[in-house]
Design a protein around this ligand. Structure first.
Ligand SMILES: NC(=O)c1ccc[n+]([C@@H]2O[C@H](COP(=O)([O-])OP(=O)(O)OC[C@H]3O[C@@H](n4cnc5c(N)ncnc54)[C@H](OP(=O)(O)O)[C@@H]3O)[C@@H](O)[C@H]2O)c1
Length: 231
């Protein structure tokens, strides 16, 4: 993480998830990182994407603690007790579309609104964890309507925010980041424990990629290996 200043501060949103927890642990073990703050639905302050006001309130509370050099949103949803990803048009419902967009798109949009102002002005990277299945161009298999569309919309929000944030903070780097398949609760019903890699490994790869990013990369959709992904 040598592109970040010695004593850098990091903020992980969705810090209770498989990937979020691994980000917190990896950054805590990094001697250059002075502080890692992890927020989730049970933390103080609380961050719940089903409660819009909690997003601005959390940012407000952290504002007083100073700027962050690295902010990562690792919250997201693919399935819940109420639904699994759609296989066909006949599975589509407002309920699933709304629940998925709330966590994968609306929450992160409000994160961009409230947390981009917390980025350090010398070195500030804000990554939203997206997914390659949100790539419109790369969609060959179909299915997973809500999840795919929520991540495609997230990518548009990130790109639009990157253009605006750059005007006020030219050093800021905003990206959508594809983590690859990772063994977590989210991927478990889809053989994630067989085809995925441990979150610890995925997070090392993603941190190395984030370390390589510079202001010219703002607005990009990148994979954990640093390659540019098609929209
Ligand atoms: N795992 C993969 O293979 C994979 C592949 C591509 C992309 N991704 C993306 O990576 C990100 C992290 O996923 P993961 O694999 O770590 O999944 P995970 O272990 O299921 O973690 C999901 C996280 O999202 C949080 N969350 C869910 N609903 C929320 C809400 N309403 N408000 C705030 N937080 C909420 C969860 O909080 P609680 O602990 O409170 O439930 C948890 O922290 C997601 O955006 C996912 O789409 C994952």
């Amino acid at each position: 993480m040598n592109s970040f200043p010695d004593g850098f501060r990091a903020l992980i949103l969705g810090a209770s998830g498989g990937i979020g927890q691994a980000f917190v642990q990896s950054l805590q073990a990094n001697p250059r990182c002075a502080q890692v703050v992890g927020l989730h639905r049970q933390s103080h302050p609380r961050l719940d994407f089903d409660d819009e006001a909690s997003i601005g309130a959390a940012a407000e509370q952290l504002h007083a603690t100073g700027k962050f050099h690295l902010i990562i949103n690792a919250a997201g949803v693919l399935h819940t007790a109420d639904f699994m990803p759609e296989k066909k048009l006949g599975d589509l419902s407002y309920a699933q579309l709304e629940a998925t967009f709330r966590v994968n798109t609306f929450g992160p949009a409000l994160v961009l609104r409230h947390f981009s102002a917390l980025l350090d002005r010398q070195r500030g990277v804000l990554a939203v964890i997206s997914a390659k299945v949100g790539s419109i161009e790369d969609n060959r298999l179909g299915g997973w309507y809500s999840y795919r569309a929520s991540k495609a919309a997230l990518n548009m929000l990130m790109k639009t925010a990157a253009i605006e944030v750059k005007r006020g903070n030219p050093q800021a780097v905003l990206v959508s980041l594809h983590p690859g398949t990772v063994t977590t609760g989210l991927s478990k019903p889809f053989k994630g424990d067989q085809i995925g890699r441990p979150a610890r490994v995925a997070v090392q790869e993603m941190l190395e990629t984030l370390n390589q990013l510079n202001p010219a990369d703002t607005g990009a959709f990148v994979s954990y290996q640093g390659e540019r992904l098609p929209w």
